[in-house]
Write a protein that binds this ligand. Structure first.
Ligand code: M6R
Length: 614
């Protein structure tokens, strides 16, 4: 949510900032604004709607050609998404400008106090209070960084704040708590951003900021302190992808590019993790084999698509690692009283590593002394820092809001973890684990095979663009795949879509079946006799009631042919790996159907790529 860019250097700040905002568009937003400082004067421009509106405003209102500036894309929380509430917000005199991501929970009290003190607040936002608080602190300290530290000590909630002050045209100040902010280190220029994509065209050297840290950005360098002004420890890193990875590379949408990248992404998740002897080595896991042997329960916490990866993980962990495994929506987890102990392993799955609900769930588990393992795609994000160990998925940047390659690589990560635990605990014979690892290594090819056969799926999607509703059914690991197929269709095509466990059909959902209703059914491999036969019966039951059956089944599975109005074949793979091949047609289906309806699949309405507020 909200994109933030800050810049100080030698180039025209406006160009750098607007270009950075464009690269952060995927985060989701409904208004945008910039501030530029030149010759002691601060100028701002902001507009409701997409960046194109801001660009129009900038064409009408020429901002000074300063070399220090900041920009913001706002996803509205407090106040409607209009020009007035767009960021930056300024103090009474227009000398301080602030942009913000997150929610300041005590803003009502702060606002009342400011108004009582004579400040005139002009917007409905929580952010504006910070501009006026900085104004007061600056009046006594004259130092923007010190003012920011003092203000942050009074704030409750989650925030990334970036501020500039007319009195210093070589200083951008940033602060963060529970919300992302990274520093890009250049030569004679430095950057701040919600994510490295904003400055990757200029530098791949970054600094991770910790909780409650304040950064002073000047042309000549970067200083980081804690909220008391003491020098703070930070972590510098080099971003392992370049600007081309953050561009569409000839595809109309990032989502199409990311779907196509899946064989490579799956291969990259496996890279370096299978030793020459066929055994797994998970170095960054930082949870010792002894600790893993002591684990007696696993709890997985995640949101959205990552939660669906968690549901599939449960099957793999229970089957291979022989441990009880619960999967919980991160947003619910900390509001229950989950029973955790030192021998519980909590696995948090998050592509972005910044999802607030996932971070809060991890903290809740930490308080109860559980071991914490993160599965994450974004290096330098908060989640890995909060966990004992991490398994990076190495999928490369995922820009489209709908998760695709992140999901497949999360699946590979959970398979690796489940097989690794089996290897360490000896819950399966060594040769069984070895055989599974060999099969897992073949998955990039299998995913590639599926991608080569998607034209009929695209045709089908276009033919269903006028439908009101689509149902998805699955059993075993096919059930979370059905949930994922429905989520993709909802978020991209804005259509009613629901996923069900096929066994639940007769407990209610079958009442939804009416003539012509498209129902997509994920069929388990033929080798799973009982499961397979049960779902074939389910297909017959819905077809008898007039449903249009779209069946995804293993190639050569002739038993489903008589009951399938449309049959989509996928390569035969072991049952637990089947989601890697059955999810791909559902991604392609949702993407094509939404495109046929004229939707922007990269930035679906109302959605943000990473949900950084609760
Ligand atoms: O970054 P995370 O994996 O924590 O994000 C979790 C969900 O917000 C995310 O998977 C969301 O459901 C996707 N837009 C679905 O495509």
């Amino acid at each position: 949510m909200c994109g933030i860019v800050g810049y100080v250097g030698e180039r025209p700040a406006l160009d750098v900032v607007v270009e950075g905002l464009a690269r952060l568009e995927y985060r989701g937003y409904d208004s945008a604004g910039v501030a530029v400082l030149a010759d002691g004067a601060l100028a701002t421009a902001k507009r409701a709607g997409k960046l194109v509106n801001l660009r129009e405003a900038l064409a009408e209102q020429t901002l000074p050609a300063g070399t220090l500036g900041m920009g913001h894309t706002r996803w509205a929380t407090h106040g409607a998404p209009n020009d007035r509430n767009a960021h930056p917000h300024t103090d009474c005199g227009g000398n301080v400008a602030v942009i913000h991501n997150g929610i300041i929970e005590n803003f009502a009290a702060l606002r009342a106090e400011l108004e009582e003190g004579g400040h005139k607040l002009r917007s409905d936002t929580d952010t504006e209070a910070v501009a006026h608080m900085l104004e007061d602190e600056l009046a006594s300290t004259g130092d923007l960084a010190e003012a920011m530290r003092k203000v942050c000590r009074r704030l409750e909630g989650a925030f990334t704040l970036v501020a500039v002050h007319a009195g210093d045209d070589d200083l951008v100040v940033g602060a963060r708590r529970n919300s992302p902010l990274v520093v890009g280190v250049g030569d004679g220029e430095n950057f701040l951003a919600s994510d490295v994509a904003a400055f990757i065209a200029h530098t791949r050297d970054a600094i991770e900021l910790g909780q409650d840290q304040v950064v002073e950005l000047r042309k000549a360098g970067v200083t980081v302190t804690d909220l008391e002004g003491r020098p703070a420890e930070t972590k510098a890193y080099h971003v392992d992808w370049d600007v081309s990875a953050a561009e569409k590379g000839g595809y109309d949408y990032f989502m199409l590019k990311e779907i196509a990248e899946q064989p490579r992404a799956v291969a990259d998740t496996l890279l370096g993790r299978i030793g020459a002897d066929g055994r797994l080595t998970l170095d960054e896991m930082r949870i010792s084999d002894r600790e893993l042997r002591e684990v007696d329960k696993i709890i997985i916490v995640a949101c959205g698509t990552s939660y669906h990866a968690g549901l599939i993980a449960k099957y793999a962990i229970e089957h291979w690692a022989g441990l009880p495994c619960e999967v919980e929506l991160a947003s619910e987890f900390r509001y229950r009283d989950p029973i955790l102990s030192r021998t519980t392993l909590v696995i948090a799955i998050s592509q972005s590593g910044e999802t607030m609900d996932a971070l809060m769930a991890v903290r809740h588990a930490r308080e109860q002394h559980a071991k914490l393992l993160g599965i994450c795609n974004v290096n330098g994000s908060t989640l890995p820092r909060e966990c004992d160990g991490v398994l990076y998925t190495h999928a490369g940047p995922e820009i489209a809001v709908a998760s695709t390659k992140a999901f497949l690589t999360q699946l590979v990560a959970v398979y690796l973890i489940a097989l690794y635990i089996a290897q360490v605990r000896g819950t399966k014979f060594g040769d069984e684990v070895f055989a599974m690892i060999q099969l897992l290594a073949q998955m990039p090819e299998k995913v590639d095979e599926v991608l080569g056969t998607m034209e009929p799926v695209r045709e089908l999607a276009r033919s269903l663009a006028g439908e009101k509703s689509v149902l998805f059914l699955g059993r075993h690991v096919g059930f979370p795949v059905a949930l994922e197929g429905a989520l993709k269709l909802k978020e991209l095509a804005y259509m009613h879509a629901e996923g069900f466990a096929a066994g639940e059909l007769k407990h209610g959902p079958i009442a939804l079946i009416e003539p012509g209703l498209p129902v997509i059914v994920v069929v388990p491999p033929r080798s799973r006799d009982v499961l397979h036969d049960k779902i074939v019966s389910n297909i017959q039951e819905i077809r008898a009631r007039g449903a249009r059956t779209i069946v995804i089944a293993e190639e050569g599975d002739t038993s489903v042919e008589p009951y399938a109005d449309t049959l989509i074949g996928v390569p035969a793979v072991p049952t637990l790996f089947q989601p890697l091949v059955t999810t791909v047609p559902l991604q392609v289906f949702a993407c094509e159907l939404a495109t046929a309806k004229g939707h922007d699949v990269d930035q679906p309405r109302n959605l943000a790529k990473s949900v950084t507020v609760e």
